[in-house]
Design a protein around this ligand. Structure first.
Ligand SMILES: Nc1ncnc2c1ncn2[C@@H]1O[C@H](COP(=O)(O)OP(=O)(O)OP(=O)(O)O)[C@@H](O)[C@H]1O
Ligand SMILES: [Mg+2]
Length: 322
């Protein structure tokens, strides 16, 4: 049976219903509801101050909600907080590590707190140090590590007892591109086994790793869909990039095609004329262009459609962010 089907009848891994969190003078989360099924990897997006970290802290049992409910693995995070906490690994935004402990010692301590012991504990500490590329610094004091290494210690801590749910609040923040790739690959290895809710500002990361995106703004849900559908639904125009040979009337002829908004000629290369054609949202005029090209005997070397990106979606849905 395909991996994802197995989850169909399972209880929800995360169930947030009408969740609200008010700080003094500020509503950080405002009637938020969403669900995450077991096995899903969900990107949690939103501008600074949208309420992502607040929501994750509530789910992790570190912060009480003002109203509404949140369940993890079927357990209420407030009323059944021990069971809920056992079901998850949480990597906070600014990981509150014990700075005067050594890496291995710290992971040992955290693993023991989470119920591991003996040979299993030692094996898991070794495994997560290897997975998070920490073996070289295992005897170093955490306070002396660079930010990137501390992030990796926090991630190792979150995954040490293999919880079914990972809540990762900007896990790649402060990492260099190599390390970002390393963490992304690491998450992909967990993808089939674990449920992950991941907040990040790196949208390419979301496009590559996440099955679904939850986008929040001012503490409210703005979008809940696959990255691909979000891009498809977006009402923004797309560009076609073309390289072709033909008469002097190419731009004029392209402009006549229904759906074309604007034709811009760029520098030609080796006798090939280059155009950028802005096309109305959700129209694909590539076949129309080839029909015109046949009639006019143009030679086309390249015709490439640039779809809007997740970044365009983000900007469109949160443009009034302060
Ligand atoms: N302890 C607090 N007391 C008062 N206000 C707070 C507190 N923590 C967060 N806030 C406010 O709540 C709102 C949501 O903050 P939160 O940290 O959840 O946002 P975020 O989406 O994680 O943002 P970022 O992308 O910057 O991490 C912000 O306006 C923030 O200033
Ligand atoms: Mg945050």
């Amino acid at each position: 049976m395909p991996e994802k089907l197995r989850f169909a009848g399972d209880p929800r891994m995360i169930e947030v219903t009408n969740l609200t969190k008010q700080y003094v003078g500020r509503t950080a989360v405002n009637g938020l509801s969403f669900r995450v099924a077991p096995g899903e990897v969900v990107g949690f997006l939103g501008p600074n101050g949208a309420g992502k970290s607040t929501t994750m802290r509530i789910l992790a049992g570190f912060l009480p909600a003002t109203s509404g409910s949140a369940k993890v693995n079927g357990f209420d995070v407030f009323h059944q907080s021990i069971e809920a906490r056992r079901s998850l690994g949480y990597m906070p935004e600014n990981a509150p590590l014990y700075l005067d402990m050594r890496v291995k010692e710290y992971l040992h301590f955290r693993g023991a707190l989470k119920g591991l012991s003996g040979r299993e504990l030692r094996k898991r500490v070794g495994d997560v140090m290897e997975a998070c590329a920490l073996s070289d610094v295992r005897r170093k004091i955490i306070g002396n590590l660079s930010k990137g290494y501390r992030q990796r210690v926090a991630l190792a801590d979150a995954i040490i007892n293999r919880p079914p749910l990972l809540l990762l609040d900007e896990p790649t923040n402060g990492l260099d591109p190599n390390q970002i790739r390393h963490v992304r690959d690491l998450l992909l290895t967990y993808k089939t086994r674990q449920t992950i809710l991941l907040s990040t500002h790196i949208l390419s990361e979301v496009e590559q790793t996440c099955d679904r995106v939850l986008l929040i703004h001012n503490g409210q849900l703005r979008a809940d869909d696959t990255p691909r559908n979000l891009v498809k639904k977006l009402r923004v125009s797309s560009d076609l990039r073309m390289e072709l040979k033909g008469g002097d009337d190419i731009a004029e002829e392209l402009n006549k095609i229904t759906g074309v908004r604007k034709v811009t000629e760029r520098n030609s290369i080796e006798g090939w004329k280059r155009f950028t054609v802005r096309v109305e949202a959700r129209t694909d005029i590539r076949t129309l262009i080839s029909e015109v090209a046949m009639l006019k005997k143009w030679q086309i070397r390249e015709i490439h459609r640039e779809l809007p990106s997740l970044e365009d979606v983000f900007v469109e849905l949160t443009a009034n962010a302060v």
